[in-house]
Write a protein that binds this ligand. Structure first.
Ligand code: 7RM
Length: 651
């Protein structure tokens, strides 16, 4: 393990390109100048509690008004105390009058089947399902575990839970039976939702079989509701399993949204900790809803005729906040997609953009790097002129990948919003407002209104301009997590014990001379070379700036002389992996960011170990770089064969 205590982190990356929004983009833009952003930001910062309180009354429906905006007993926050609202009401009922016939969801399945739902239709689907849940014995406060493919019914299920006050726990449909059982037991889930199967790159994932195995070890689950998606043969257990369509028979679509306390739990979402057992991040109704809605509107500058597509899965927080709750409470039209970016071919995303005339695309750097590697010809086949705004989430984006996204996908006319946030934060914390804040490739730019970040050194002092340190939030915000399910101790320790009064995000960052933030990677991933502390992202970006490098991951490994040495894992575009190439890359990094960061070990690989949401699992790479077996939690690994491959390459 690296020595991660000590001074600030050295900033070795220089990136000075600046991209203001075009005049065409600014037309019709709501927050359209740096002054407008600054004014809103300053007003919020002067009195965040009043700012959020006023917004909550304007933006949400209240069955009963709240009396206290914030009760803060560190580390426990309660927002909009005494109020009664309903998230499903805010997403559906509140849109019926003005947007009833507007398309809410355009869904495309992997085989190419398309279904669309207006707000009215969505309201009716969700109401029926909520009645069906009641029929199946689901009550307010019960936990419903959801293990489903990316089909519309997954979104219906989330909203139906919200409608009756049940708590959903969405588990990415790809996790093992063991992971499902762990999560079900931790949350004491009462009902399981699944499907007979899910399509994945032309094959059928046997979801029900996996669930059957999980339920053997999930004693709290009484009922399993099974959607017919693929028509696969599945076994149904008497007294436990019931078909979705049978449960829906003879239920009607009149199901008034339940007035619920602001702080009633809305969902649990499990994230893997860096070690040990997954944490159930808890979010509650009103604060989360307000935060998802406002951040969605600010960051995506959403307009009535936008067709918005977030490519995330609902098993990830991005799917919760920016496929379901944010867009729907804002009355937007969103695209939802079941399939993979490279099935049946590497142009599937661009086919969707052209076909559905998508105007806003929100995706992950890992996908962008894959597109670069697959080649521009897949992009060039399609007319992408409908796009007006692009976004990224999940990891830092290397400036070279940013430039490719800007040129090849955005046609140099679309601003890119690089959005920094976490499962824990509920919604986007730092991002450009696209009409107001000129972008710099690789920077998530500025905090959103009502968000107060700081960067601290080990002693809790604020670091200076362009110095790396630990990113914290110095004031609570409505979207913040309300705890770790069943583990207050871990909640306190992990986020609130290092700097009393501040939320510790777990990432390093620096703030430049223009007040722009640059995320430098996880605190645990810092590489300490001869007392100089290097950011993983900076070393990786230097590598990716070489035309032959598609993707790179940097980690520290023990070194007797320097403390740590820099070990990197590199995926090449199409050059041959050779010793000459290694030498060339070492020199390239030395030239870009200095001798200190020059990699000691370079390993070429076809793929890197990633989580389901595309994050590089540097912890596993560290083990490989040290010549150790990878230990700890690997349940979130996307493709297990990657580790075996990496080891095989390791001579
Ligand atoms: C939304 C999400 C959170 C962690 C976070 C960072 C990293 C996310 C960015 C980013 C640099 C970004 N939730 N991260 N977005 N790093 N720039 N724009 O990803 O809980 O799954 O992960 O992801 O390390 O702490 S998450």
């Amino acid at each position: 393990m690296s020595d991660n205590t000590g001074g600030s982190i050295d900033n070795v990356m220089q990136e000075s390109r600046l991209f203001p929004p075009s005049d065409a983009f600014l037309e019709g833009c709501k927050i359209n100048s740096m002054e407008a952003y600054q004014q809103l930001y300053d007003q919020a910062a002067a009195d965040p509690v009043k700012f959020w309180g006023d917004l909550a009354r304007e933006e949400l429906h209240w069955f009963e008004d709240f009396d206290t905006t914030l009760e803060w007993n560190e580390p426990y926050a309660e927002w909009f105390v005494g109020g009664k609202t309903n998230v499903s009401y805010n997403c559906l009922d509140r849109n019926l009058e003005a947007n009833g016939d507007k398309t809410a969801i355009i869904w495309e399945g992997e085989p190419g089947d398309i279904r669309t739902f207006t707000y009215k239709e969505l309201h009716s689907e969700v109401s029926r399902l909520a009645n069906a849940f009641k029929k199946a014995g689901v009550e307010a406060g019960d936990v419903v575990s959801i293990y489903m493919p990316m089909v519309p019914e997954l979104a219906f299920a989330m909203l139906a839970c919200a409608r009756i006050g049940a708590v959903h726990s969405v588990i990415f449909a790809g996790f093992s039976a063991e992971s499902i059982a762990d999560r079900n037991n931790d949350a004491s889930a009462k009902v399981q939702l699944t499907a007979d199967g899910g399509f994945r790159r032309g094959k059928i994932l046997a979801l029900k079989e996996i669930v059957d195995e999980a339920l053997e070890k999930s004693p709290t689950v009484e009922t399993c509701i099974v959607l017919n998606r693929t028509g696969s043969d599945v076994s149904m257990k008497d007294g436990r399993d019931i078909w979705w369509h049978e449960l829906l028979e003879s239920v009607d679509d009149n199901c008034p949204a339940e007035p619920l306390d602001s702080e009633s739990p809305l969902f649990i979402l499990y994230t893997s900790g860096s070690t040990g057992k997954p944490k159930g991040i808890k979010h509650t109704a009103a604060g989360y809803n307000l935060y998802a809605k406002k951040t969605f509107e600010w960051v995506f500058d959403i307009r009535d005729d936008d067709i918005y597509w977030c490519t995330a899965d609902c098993g990830w927080i991005t799917g919760h906040s920016y496929i379901v709750y944010g867009p729907l409470s804002a009355g937007a039209t969103c695209v939802m997609f079941e399939g993979a970016p490279n099935y049946p071919a590497e142009d599937r995303f661009w086919d969707l953009v052209e076909k559905h005339k998508i105007t806003i695309l929100y995706t992950a750097p890992t996908a962008i790097r894959a597109f670069i590697k697959w080649g521009d010809e897949h992009v060039e086949k399609h007319d992408l002129s409908s796009l007006r705004l692009l976004g990224t989430v999940g990891e830092g984006i290397n400036p070279e990948a940013w430039m490719w996204y800007h040129e090849k996908i955005g046609g140099e006319r679309c601003p890119i919003v690089d959005t920094w946030w976490q499962t824990e934060t509920g919604g986007i914390m730092m991002s450009p407002l696209p009409g107001a804040v000129p972008t710099k490739p690789g920077s998530c730019t500025k905090p959103l209104p009502g968000i107060l970040p700081a960067i601290l050194d080990e002693t809790g002092e604020a670091v200076g301009e362009n110095q790396g340190g630990m990113l914290v939030m110095t004031h609570p915000w409505p979207g913040m997590l309300r705890g770790i399910w069943g583990d207050d101790q871990r909640y306190k320790e992990q986020y609130w014990s290092k700097f009393p009064g501040s939320y510790l995000a777990g990432d390093n960052a620096r703030c430049d001379e223009d007040g722009y933030y640059w995320i430098m990677g996880r605190i645990d991933d810092v590489i300490n070379v001869s007392g100089h502390r290097l950011s993983t992202i900076e070393v990786e970006s230097a590598l990716v700036s070489h035309p032959q490098v598609a993707e790179a991951a940097a980690v520290g490994r023990k070194d007797d002389i320097k403390g740590q040495a820099v070990a990197v894992f590199v995926t090449l575009v199409d050059a041959e992996a050779s010793d000459d190439m290694k030498q060339e890359l070492k020199l390239h990094v030395r030239k870009e960011i200095g001798a200190l960061a020059q990699p000691d070990d370079i390993r070429f690989t076809n793929a890197l170990p990633k989580t389901r949401s595309g994050k590089i699992m540097r912890r596993l790479l560290r083990d490989i770089a040290e010549g150790k077996e990878a230990v700890g939690d690997t349940t979130t690994l996307e493709d297990y064969s990657v580790l075996a491959q990496l080891r095989a390459n390791d001579e």
